[in-house]
Design a protein around this ligand. Structure first.
Ligand code: NAD
Length: 432
């Protein structure tokens, strides 16, 4: 099939690469010229495990192309996938639809034969109706259906998730569109579950899922707070809870709060939709407020641990919002660093993948180090903020001779607590 993808970011690019790998002819479109130029020159613009190999293979065999031209991609497409950003509105925090509306208006002129316009971006309930009317207004002769096709990939596992989806939710009432989407996902039929629902239900499923996961993280963080006071260990508690199949063991890792480009903005957008519809979404609001407070609490604990902040060095390990990605959007690590900088903390940091993106946010406010040991040199406190597995293998004996003070605040419960204690470190984890 011929596929055009509008928006070549963390969702659009892995989706384009995956669909090309399945044998489709894919054109990924973006309005950012430098991004398209880089991709045309075989340079990936994001980090995702396993993406590069498939990207290079499919650009070489011609299945995957890149363009800044809407016309080039859309006019021959059977399916146009919209994967542009839906950031929070700076004031109301509702999902800002300006990129969606622009993409729908721009693509309308180039629709020729019957085309399915599928929205992969996370969009408020009713957006499918808006896209439909924008296109019809601009191009009254266009033959098309707008389908909701929410994306559930996890950053860091985008390629794996593309080929091994838990479910593919499709929101449409059109039989013609349904056939096109069934053909698009033909290779997945055996292993995945195509779920056809109404467009509004599909749009809601995405928000309801993300809000639920955010609440689960908030919940385990609150339980970690409780464990600290009550003398229990959250690792044991989470294990015991997770063995119950109704609860499941995922998203039960306490930490510095949820972040990334999805949970913070999607919970805010869902809360806004609740208000709009006069529905009390108290759990979601509690998670939003609790998550903000969490980052403040962690920053305070760091400041308490260092004591004389102005004359101390803090080593931060991890800047990305989670492991496996270079994405620093709404990263708790970055928010916490900003809070520490307000108190004039001196920070030296390392992240295996996110250094460049972190630099674009934090600029010259911190020292960037090329490995764990450089970050910890002469440090008064080591703080682990992202759960990169390479941090599990830190040589604590070597660190002991490098750090000024042997103090660890392990916000991901990643390091070997017993070993740290036996080496004379003051060790603090989360919920233990
Ligand atoms: P992103 O910012 O990485 O990429 C969006 C891209 O769209 C940018 O490169 C931008 O230049 C481009 N763009 C914007 N307007 C355009 C236009 N009119 N024409 C062409 N290109 C245009 O965003 P993302 O992280 O890929 O997220 C995209 C959407 O998918 C969002 O709604 C997000 O909530 C949703 N989503 C994201 C994830 C994730 O893990 N990142 C997961 C599921 C869903």
């Amino acid at each position: 099939m011929n596929i055009a993808i509008i928006g070549t970011g963390y969702v659009g690019l892995p989706t384009g690469v995956g669909l090309a790998e399945l044998g489709n002819k894919v054109i990924c479109i973006d309005r950012e010229i430098s991004k398209i130029e880089a991709l045309k020159n075989n340079k990936l613009t994001i980090y995702e495990d396993g993406l590069e190999e498939l990207f290079l293979k499919n650009t070489k065999n011609g299945n995957l192309q890149f363009s800044t031209s809407m016309k080039e991609g859309v006019e021959n497409a059977d399916v146009v996938i919209i994967a542009v950003g839906t950031p929070p509105h700076p004031v109301t925090k509702e999902a800002d639809m300006k990129y969606i509306h622009a993409a729908a208006t721009e693509l309308a002129d180039y629709l020729k034969d019957y085309t399915v316009v599928a929205t992969k971006s996370t969009v408020p309930v009713g957006t499918g109706d808006d896209i439909e009317s924008l296109i019809s207004k601009k191009n009254p002769n266009a033959k098309f259906d707008v389908v909701s096709l929410p994306e559930f990939l996890r950053e860091g596992f985008a390629v794996y998730d593309f080929f091994n989806p838990d479910r593919i939710v499709v929101g449409t009432n059109s039989d013609q569109a349904k056939k096109v989407i069934e053909k698009l996902y033909e290779p997945f039929k055996q292993k995945s579950k195509l779920l056809f629902v109404s467009r509004r239900s599909s749009e809601t499923i995405k928000y309801a899922s993300n809000a639920f996961l955010a609440i689960k993280i908030h919940y385990i963080n609150e339980m970690a707070n409780f464990c600290e006071k009550a003398g229990a260990d959250i690792l044991e508690v989470a294990k015991g809870m997770g063995l119950d199949e109704r609860i499941g063991n995922r998203f039960l890792n306490p930490g510095p709060g949820y972040g990334g480009s999805c949970f913070p903005k999607d919970t805010q957008a869902m809360a806004f939709m609740g208000k709009q519809n006069d529905v009390d979404l108290s759990l979601i609001n509690a998670a939003i407020n609790g998550n903000e407070k969490r980052k403040e609490t962690i920053a305070h604990r760091i400041l308490n641990l260092v004591g004389d902040v102005k004359n101390s060095k803090i080593a931060i390990l991890g800047l990305a919002f989670k492991d496996g990605t270079d994405d620093c959007r709404e990263s708790p690590a970055i928010d916490i660093i900003f809070k520490l900088l307000e108190q004039h903390a001196c920070i030296q940091a390392y992240d295996p993948k996110a250094m460049e993106l972190a630099k674009s946010i934090l600029q010259d406010k911190i020292k960037y180090c090329s490995n764990v040991y450089e970050a910890c040199k002469d440090a008064d406190l080591l703080v682990v903020l992202t759960e990169w597995s390479e941090f599990k293998d830190i040589d604590l004996e070597k660190l002991a001779s490098i750090m000024k003070d042997k103090k660890i605040f392990d916000c991901r419960n990643l390091l070997d607590k017993q070993k740290a204690l036996s080496l004379g470190y003051k060790y603090e984890g989360i919920g233990r």
